[in-house]
Design a protein around this ligand. Structure first.
Ligand code: 6GU
Length: 225
């Protein structure tokens, strides 16, 4: 998969993809990410990219021309499955969205700032608007990093154990069961016997029960309750 990201703060996106699973994904050639600085597409001597909003009100709006020129120059090189705009008024990211997007060949992600981008850019180019939750960030970059991480780890071959992404919380609308590693006893607290039993079917059943119990207790909304 290839992901292009348009940003006016490209520095914010440098580090997140250079570690751990995201790094492995790119080292293995499964995911390539290119960050595109919007600034060179800005207008005039000062490379202006934002302006006051029509109708008045506080806050700047990202202008049409720089975004349009940047998007169109990228679209000349590539056809995108989705052009995604990161915005607090988008649909909230969830696992099923991440699953769907992980089937894409190529994505273009636009990060907004200030009061957002001119509505006409949304109308003309954007095919999907995504938020990562009901709170406001100062820009779309961190949200884009979250989105790309949630997608990248689902690409076949990225995780060492291919089955592991399937047993994550939310993958079946259930929270994951508790997990333990050595030692078998820590400060008097023991690992549940069943996990030491070697009895695979019983362990699976226990984990499933635990998932249900945890979900009921912590996130009943996931069970429609
Ligand atoms: Cl995608 N952008 C911004 N600026 N704030 C957010 C967000 C996105 N998702 C939640 N808050």
């Amino acid at each position: 998969m290839h992901i292009d990201i348009i940003s006016i703060q490209p520095g914010l996106l440098e580090s997140p993809f250079q570690h751990s699973i995201m790094k492995r994904a790119s080292d293995k050639g499964l995911l390539s990410i290119a960050i595109h600085d919007l600034r060179p597409f800005g207008l005039g001597k000062y490379k202006q990219i934002d302006d006051y909003q029509y109708g008045g009100g506080a806050g700047m709006v990202m202008m049409c021309e720089p975004l349009s020129n940047c998007i169109e120059s990228l679209q000349q090189e590539k056809k995108y499955d989705e052009v995604i705009y990161m915005t607090p008024d988008g649909g909230t990211l969830n696992q099923s969205m991440a699953n769907q997007l992980s089937l894409s060949q190529s994505l273009l992600i636009i990060c907004g700032h200030y009061k957002g981008i001119d509505q006409r850019i949304r109308d003309m180019y954007v095919t999907k608007e995504i938020s990562i939750g009901d709170y406001v960030l100062s820009g779309g970059e961190l949200a884009a990093a979250v989105l790309v991480d949630s997608i990248g780890r689902l690409l076949p071959g990225v995780l060492n154990d291919g089955s592991s992404a399937l047993s994550d919380s939310f993958q079946d609308n259930l929270l994951a069961p508790p997990v333990y590693t050595r030692p078998a006893e820590f400060k008097g607290a023991k690992v549940p016997d069943i996990l030491l039993s070697g009895h695979e079917a019983k362990i699976d059943a226990w984990r499933y029960e635990q998932s249900i119990e945890r979900t009921k207790r912590l996130r009943p909304d996931l069970l429609g309750e």
